[in-house]
Design a protein around this ligand. Structure first.
Ligand code: PEP
Length: 251
C-alpha cells in the first residue's frame, strides 16, 4: 500500500531561529495527536542538521529542497546529496518549478540530481507540472510525460520505487488558484498509468503522488479524497504550524 504524505516546502523563508521555533511548535502539536499520514518538512540547507536533530524522536521527517548535480569538489556554494544525508535529512525535493524556472534546471541536470540523491540514501520528492499556457493549450499530459521521461524514467524499478512524485501545476503555486479535485485526479491517474506502463502495476500502485499548488486546510480534504491523490506538497501553508496541521488533519 502506498503512503499518504503531507510535506512542507519552506522555500527561502525563516532564519535559523524562526525555523527551529516552527519545527518545535509542529513537533509539539503532533506529539499529542499522532497523524494519519507521513509528515515531512522541507527546509533550507542551513536548518537541516539542527531541525533533524530536534525532530529525531518525533514522527516528522526532514527534507532538503535541493541538492547539487555533482558528487563533490570545486563547486563553490553547492551542497551535495551526501552532505544533505549527513545532516539526518531523509528526503530531497527535486525539480521544483521555481528551480526549473529561476535556476535553469534542465531534465538532464535533474536526472543527475535524482541519481545522486538516491545513491546517497535520500528519497527524492520529484516535482512535475505544467505552466498556465500549457494547461490552456491542453498540453498538461504531454508536459508531465516529458518531465518524467527526461529525468526519472531512466531509473531502475528498485530506484524508482523510492521516489515520491509531486504534481504541481505551476499556475497554482503560490497564486491562490488550486486545481479542482477532478483536475488533480485526472492527471494523477494519468501519471500513475505512465508509471504502470514503464514499471508495471505494482510499482504504480505503490507510488505516492502528491498534489501541490495553493493547498490549504479548506481544500485539502476534498483533494485528498480522490483515489489517486496521496497527499500534498505545501508551500505557503507550511509556514505556520496550525495551518500545516489543518492540512495533516485532512487525513
Ligand atoms: C510549492 O511551492 O511546492 C507549493 C505548492 O506552494 P504553495 O502551496 O504556496 O502554492
Amino acid at each position: 500500500m502506498r503512503k499518504n504524505i503531507v510535506a512542507g516546502n519552506w522555500k527561502m523563508n525563516k532564519n535559523l531561529q524562526e525555523g527551529v521555533a516552527l519545527a518545535t511548535e509542529l513537533k509539539e502539536l503532533l506529539a499529542s495527536e499522532k497523524p494519519n499520514c507521513e509528515v515531512i518538512i522541507g527546509t533550507p540547507f542551513i536548518h537541516l542538521a539542527t531541525v533533524a536533530e530536534l525532530l529525531k524522536d518525533s514522527v516528522i521527517k526532514v527534507s532538503a529542497e535541493n541538492c547539487a548535480d555533482k558528487a563533490s569538489g570545486a563547486y563553490t556554494g553547492e551542497v551535495s546529496a551526501e552532505m544533505v544525508k549527513s545532516t539526518g535529512a531523509t528526503y530531497c525535493i527535486l525539480g521544483h518549478s521555481e528551480r526549473r524556472m529561476y535556476y535553469g534546471e534542465t531534465y538532464e541536470i535533474l536526472k543527475e540530481k535524482t541519481l545522486l540523491a538516491l545513491a546517497n540514501g535520500l528519497k527524492p520528492i520529484f516535482c512535475i507540472g505544467e505552466l498556465k499556457e500549457e494547461r490552456e493549450a491542453g498540453k498538461q499530459n504531454e508536459v508531465v510525460k516529458a518531465q518524467l521521461e527526461g529525468s526519472v524514467f531512466n531509473l531502475s524499478a528498485e530506484e524508482f520505487s523510492k521516489v515520491v512524485l509531486a504534481y504541481e501545476p505551476v499556475w497554482a503555486i503560490g497564486t491562490g488558484l488550486t486545481a479542482t479535485s477532478d483536475q488533480a485526479e485526472e492527471i494523477h491517474a494519468y501519471i500513475r498509468s505512465l508509471i504502470a506502463e514503464k514499471y508495471g502495476e505494482e510499482i504504480a500502485e505503490n507510488t505516492t503522488i502528491l498534489y501541490g499548488g495553493s493547498c490549504k486546510g479548506s481544500n485539502a480534504k476534498e483533494l485528498f479524497s480522490k483515489p489517486n491523490v496521496d497527499g500534498g506538497l505545501i508551500g505557503g501553508a507550511s509556514l505556520k504550524a496550525n495551518d500545516f496541521k489543518e492540512i495533516i488533519d485532512a487525513f
